[in-house]
Write a protein that binds this ligand. Structure first.
Ligand SMILES: NC(=O)c1ccc[n+]([C@@H]2O[C@H](COP(=O)([O-])OP(=O)(O)OC[C@H]3O[C@@H](n4cnc5c(N)ncnc54)[C@H](O)[C@@H]3O)[C@@H](O)[C@H]2O)c1
Length: 358
């Protein structure tokens, strides 16, 4: 038997679930434990009105149980909105496993997790997220049918679909702002050249855009400079680079009180999750005349590919739905102008309308 995961290192003051600041009428929150493997998991089902709750499982070395629960509550709610806005007949859920994926993930632990997922009877469907791989999904699939992204029924890495959605979203934003989605005379600053950002940069380069690129990982910058004739900019100043589009593809909370006044582009459209540090920053962007593509709208391609994967690798449904992100964004931009609301507020509104069956 493998060593159980360590007990929680710190104990924070207990907060009742229903009083938790991130509790948002979640339908069900399950805490799962397995004595043999030391598995500690929180599975949050936010909303199943549109269908079973699909959302990845994240394995992370949370400092304590409260941090894990907070993440599960927030991420599951985000999946409800992302799936609803993407037009998927799926609700929102998320699982977290407390532990270091590099040192504490074992097949026994994954099987124990799979049994917990199975006990939910299909109300929650799990998939890959941070700290998890396709091979892990295969192990979980030995215990439950309620898993996506396995090698038998998956399209592999979701990043190319996320990148395709972001590329499509950038073109929609250009069309709305400038009346043309032609990229040949446009400059895009891509911040973060990881799985998604590098592919977005490649797509943009192939469409004729001039690229500015930034990453804290120098070899990635060198690759983009050499392969896409990109110009490197300092990672901490990418938001201020003068361009037509700023595409954040690294970390969240990059749009905040400090960066928004310094933005060098009239459009922000990128893959990063949770780009707005706070909801009010959506309004701040609008007041400054910056067109913002809401993160969960533009980066839904990966979720779509997981949801619509077909045995045999047929990805036509996933590609079609990912390309529809452009139309969704144009609708958001137009409604935001008509109602004088932030694009984030409009995206939330459209998702809620679908959830409420309106
Ligand atoms: N992979 C997907 O399909 C997917 C789907 C939806 C959303 N997202 C979001 O998109 C973003 C990128 O995802 P990914 O899978 O490409 O991640 P990744 O870890 O492969 O890439 C992130 C890149 O950002 C760089 N980076 C980190 N901090 C930086 C900084 N301060 N300045 C500049 N660069 C920095 C890293 O060096 C890395 O190259 C994340 O926010 C992720 O949550 C990804």
């Amino acid at each position: 038997m493998n060593a159980p995961l360590s007990r929680r290192p710190t104990q924070s003051a207990p907060v009742s679930l229903f009083d938790h600041p991130d509790f948002d009428s979640h339908e069900q929150v399950m805490h799962g434990f397995d004595a043999a493997t030391g598995l500690r998991t929180v599975i949050a089902i936010h909303d199943t009105r549109l269908g079973p709750a699909l959302g990845g499982c994240r394995m992370w070395a949370y400092a304590n149980d409260a941090e894990a629960e907070t993440d599960a509550l927030r991420l599951s709610r985000g999946m409800t909105y992302k799936n609803a806005l993407a037009g998927l007949d799926l609700g929102g859920g998320k699982a977290v496993i407390i532990g270091d994926a590099r040192t504490q993930k074992t097949p026994e632990l994954l099987r124990a997790f799979g049994r917990h997922v199975d006990r939910l009877g299909g109300r929650y469907i799990t998939a890959e997220d941070v700290g998890m791989t396709c091979a892990d999904m295969d192990i979980i699939a030995t215990q439950t049918a309620h898993v996506r992204g396995t090698s038998a029924n998956g399209l592999g890495d979701p990043s190319p679909y996320t990148a395709l959605g972001v590329f499509t979203g950038i073109k929609a934003a250009l069309a709305h702002r400038f009346g043309s989605d032609d990229l040949t005379a446009r400059t895009v600053c891509v911040q973060g050249l990881g799985h998604v950002g590098m592919m977005v940069a490649r797509n943009l380069h192939e469409a004729g855009a001039k690229l500015l690129v930034a990453d804290i990982h120098t070899p990635s910058v060198e690759k983009a400079v050499s392969e896409f004739s990109a110009t490197a900019v300092a990672a901490d100043r990418a938001h201020a680079a003068v361009a037509d589009v700023f595409a954040p593809c690294a970390l969240g909370a990059g749009l905040n009180d400090a960066t928004i006044p310094e933005l060098g582009a009239p459009i922000v459209a990128g893959a990063a999750n949770n780009q707005l540090a706070e909801a009010r920053h959506g309004t701040m962007l609008r007041e400054r005349g910056v067109l913002y593509a809401p993160d969960y709208a533009i980066n839904a391609g990966g979720a779509i590919s997981i949801a619509l994967a077909r045995p045999g690798g047929d990805d036509s449904a996933a590609r079609d739905k990912t390309l529809a992100i452009g139309t969704t964004l144009l609708d958001i931009f137009q409604r935001a102008d008509a109602l004088d609301l932030s694009t984030q507020e409009v995206a939330d509104q459209i998702a809620r309308e679908r959830l409420d069956g309106r």
